[in-house]
Design a protein around this ligand. Structure first.
Ligand code: ANZ
Length: 804
């Protein structure tokens, strides 16, 4: 290896720290807020996957900074979390100490990678100064009626001893398991804080439109919100006139309804069931309670159900329709009842076939051996016989139902309110109190934060409550002279990450935040928001990004932030896989530690390699060969500076290539195409090596500025080596000269009797006469003794001599 990365990297890290090189500036006209998804400081330290996204934002930030922007590029810690809690429960130690230790390790590791973070802006979600504001925001949600305690059927995870949000539960082989740890999850009714994110469903959908986000992430959010426009139709029980509202998105298929299905838990079931069917029905209800939603909706399983022994009247056809219960209908979606059209819905088709029910086609199809779910012309549907499309048919049936007073338009959402309580110690305490008569009171803002109690031993409560429930003198206290009780649940880890991008803006020195509702805060928000570039993992596509957008929209509504959406541009970086393409994991023993790579190859090499291995968005396998290759190229750059003499006069030889590379690198970085931008830098270096010494210094300097975005340590070193004062970070980004990019040369073919003899390079537009005389000179020997009878010249293309 050509240079000692160890001493060089240490030297420049020290320089940057001492000179506060990366301090956020605020006086410029243009701004760029460039954000990483902040890490959870786990005990394992930084993973080799972290530097990929972090280097990408770092390169982008460095470019923006050199382009004359004020750049906000901060980092912090998503520091509340389960591992610290589990460690505390196991060892009896304080989770805060554990977290603080990990943060020190993480910060050291990041510093060793040479990122241009402004560490003065560091935040830690578990710091009381920080969660004071998390608690303040919760109070605003409460005041707006967006937070309440509700008895809810929650996802209870015995293994983790806590409730999980839907988003934290995975479906593995038809079973619900926790996202973290893979423990079994069951449904259980419990009193929980919920945040009414459903009130923002439409806003969360609409807001997506103008965001520069990956299509896939927008789709995931849209599907999660699951807006569905349909009609609630009243079917009426023939015996007792009880109305059975069903929700359908396909009222146009109403002539094909052959039965009605209720969810087993639907309140109407016991009112409707006949005496004869009661036993079987009750039996079925208790069986389906044992199943998870996931199992119930598993389309690979046979559909089951039981007849209620009664019928409903179809309001359009007046036909008698049998009523069933079946667990493929969910009680907490829409009305918990459906009109079944087996001919045109695959679930209904399966159910009708397993129970031998009638099937009636109302859309034309040649294949009646399965449900037809496409569009086609209507049949057996008197009101729709001449109708050509679904939308029109929808409206005709809607109108008819409205006239009959049997239906109305309704929009449903899959999105559920956000279960916001966790039975954990290590989270934000709720800033509320229960009074003696069990009312909820808010703790005054000036009494915030409500801190977690100091305790020397965190014990599991063993009752499903948080360990805080054990600390009775904290739970039972007095406030303003009244006896009160505290909430023992804490907030989920998502809370802190819902607003950390605002916290950086408010932070003057680590964890020292100004008041979020102050005028100064508003001015700063106006300056910095929205985040211009946000890079992080795809795993946060729904959870974090939806929650954060929701909080942000609420904060916008109450006038705390000046823009409606927090993250303008989003990119998901791909993963770094093990060399065999598997995911890196501790259990497989294939995890690569960035510290070791920094030691062996240097931080600059690691940075360059992770961005050069392929497009940022792609998940790609690690390769030591690739890593070595990156190092070799940095050595080549080092050698270039050592070998070539530099001069202040420009011979023009590198004009085209230099300007072309500057243009391409700049555009590619704008598009976050880091790997191809690096290739362009390589093209420039190759061109320099082909040149004879000396080389025009200005081009080399500007090359180093671009290079420094990727490899800041060695770039600083080389910048100094060629006689400049540090830091290269203060240099401006090169601007290319479009005039130098015009190709002004042409290669002209020289022929004798149409056969190519030679070529000559000329300036574009060279006169024909000049071309001919040049050509004559070039092939002088071959023309000797020949009789030229014709000279043909085409400007910029050919000269042909016809000879005898
Ligand atoms: C009749 C019909 C005919 C339907 C047809 C579909 C196709 P989305 O888009 O997800 O909202 N449905 C309604 N409530 C349900 C519940 N609680 N559990 C399970 N399924 C339910 O889907 C709406 C459709 O899902 C509704 O339209 C209803 O079936 C079913 F050819 O009604 B449809």
């Amino acid at each position: 290896m050509e240079y000692s990365h160890k001493s060089i990297e240490k030297k420049w890290q020290k320089f940057w720290e001492e000179n506060k090189t990366y301090k956020t500036t605020e006086g410029k006209e243009k701004k760029a807020y460039i954000l990483d998804m902040f890490p959870y400081p786990s005990g394992a330290g930084l993973h080799v996957g972290h530097p990929k996204g972090y280097t990408a934002t770092d390169v982008f930030s460095r470019m923006r900074r050199s382009q004359g922007y004020d750049v906000l590029h901060p980092i912090g810690w998503d520091a509340f979390g389960l591992p610290a809690e589990q460690y505390a429960l196991k060892t009896g130690n304080d989770p805060r100490e554990f977290t603080d230790k990990n943060i020190i390790i993480f910060r050291e590791q990041l510093k060793k990678l040479g990122f241009s973070y402004d560490y003065e802006k560091e935040v830690n979600t578990s710091n009381p100064n920080y969660y004071k504001i998390t608690q303040f925001i919760f109070q605003q949600l409460y005041k707006k009626g967006l937070a309440e305690i509700r008895e809810a059927n929650v996802n209870w995870c015995e293994g983790l001893g806590t409730v999980l949000a839907n988003e934290e539960v995975l479906n593995i082989n038809g079973k619900m398991v926790s996202d973290i740890g893979g423990f079994e999850v069951v449904k259980k009714p419990m009193k929980q804080w919920v945040l009414k994110i459903t009130h923002y469903a439409d806003r969360l959908l609409e807001g997506l439109e103008d965001l520069d986000w990956p299509k896939s992430v927008k789709e995931l959010q849209k599907n999660w919100i699951g807006k569905s426009e349909g009609i609630v139709i009243d079917f009426v029980n023939e015996k007792n006139n009880i109305s059975i509202p069903v929700f359908t998105t396909r009222p146009d298929t109403i002539y094909g309804v052959t039965y009605i299905v209720l969810a087993p838990e639907n309140d109407l079931v016991l009112k409707l069931v006949s005496e004869e069917q009661k036993k079987e029905v009750l039996n079925y209800i208790s069986e389906s309670a044992k199943k998870t939603d996931v199992e119930r909706q598993d389309d690979s399983k046979d559909k089951t159900g039981v007849f209620l022994g009664t019928y409903a009247i179809n309001p359009i056809t007046n036909e008698k329709t049998p009523i069933y219960i079946a667990d493929y209908v969910l009680n907490d979606y829409a009305t918990g009842a459906v009109m079944a059209v087996p001919a045109h819905d695959t679930r209904d088709w399966k159910f009708a076939n397993s129970l031998g029910l009638k099937i009636k086609f109302v859309l034309k199809t040649d294949d009646m051996s399965k449900a037809f779910v496409g569009e086609s012309s209507y049949i057996n549907s008197p009101l729709l016989n001449n109708v050509s499309n679904k939308k029109e048919a929808f409206n005709i049936i809607l109108k008819e139902l409205e006239n009959l007073n049997k239906g109305y338009k309704k929009t449903n959402y899959k999105l559920r309110d956000w279960l916001f309580s966790r039975q954990r110690f290590y989270g934000e305490p709720f800033p509320i109190l229960f009074t003696e008569d069990n009312n909820i009171a808010l703790i005054d803002e000036e009494d915030l934060p409500l801190e977690l109690p100091k305790t020397d031993y965190i014990k599991p409560s063993n009752t499903g409550e948080s360990p805080l429930a054990n600390i009775s003198d904290w739970v039972n206290t007095t406030y303003k002279g009244k006896k009160v009780r505290r909430e023992t649940n804490t907030m989920p880890q998502w809370a802190g990450s819902c607003w950390y991008y605002l916290a950086y803006i408010l932070t003057k020195s680590p964890n020292n935040l100004i008041d979020i509702k102050s005028e100064e805060a508003m001015e700063l928000f106006k300056k910095w928001l929205p985040v211009d570039l946000y890079i992080g993992g795809q795993e946060h596509a729904v959870l974090h990004l939806l929650y954060a957008r929701f909080w942000h929209q609420v904060l916008f509504d109450i006038g705390i932030v000046p823009v409606a959406e927090p993250f303008q541009r989003l990119i998901n970086q791909g993963m770094i896989l093990a060399d065999n393409g598997e995911k890196m994991s501790k259990s497989k023993g294939n995890v690569i530690n960035p510290d070791e790579i920094i030691e062996s190859h240097g931080a600059d090499t690691l940075r360059l390699y992770e961005l050069f291995m392929g497009p940022l968005e792609a998940s790609l396998p690690w390769s030591y060969k690739g890593l070595d290759g990156s190092r070799k190229w940095i050595d080549r750059v080092y050698r270039m500076i050592e070998t070539f003499e530099l001069t202040s006069s420009n011979n023009g030889n590198l004009d085209f290539i230099y300007n072309d590379v500057v243009k391409k690198v700049t555009n590619m970085l704008e598009d976050c195409k880091f790997n191809t931008a690096i290739s362009q830098l390589m093209v420039f270096v190759n061109a320099v090596y082909k040149e004879k010494t000396p080389i025009y210094k200005n081009y080399i300097e500007k090359f180093l500025v671009m290079f420094s975005a990727f490899c800041p340590h060695i770039a600083e070193e080389l910048w100094e080596k060629i006689g400049n004062k540090p830091s290269i970070y203060a240099q401006s980004w090169p601007i290319f000269d479009e005039n130098k990019l015009v190709i002004n040369k042409a290669v002209v073919a020289i022929q004798i009797n149409g056969k190519l003899k030679s070529t000559v390079e000329v300036k574009i537009g060279t006169e024909k006469e000049v071309l001919i005389s040049l050509a004559k000179k070039t092939i002088e020997k071959q023309l000797q003794g020949k009789n030229i009878i014709k000279e043909i010249a085409v400007q910029d293309k050919i000269v042909n001599f016809v000879v005898k």
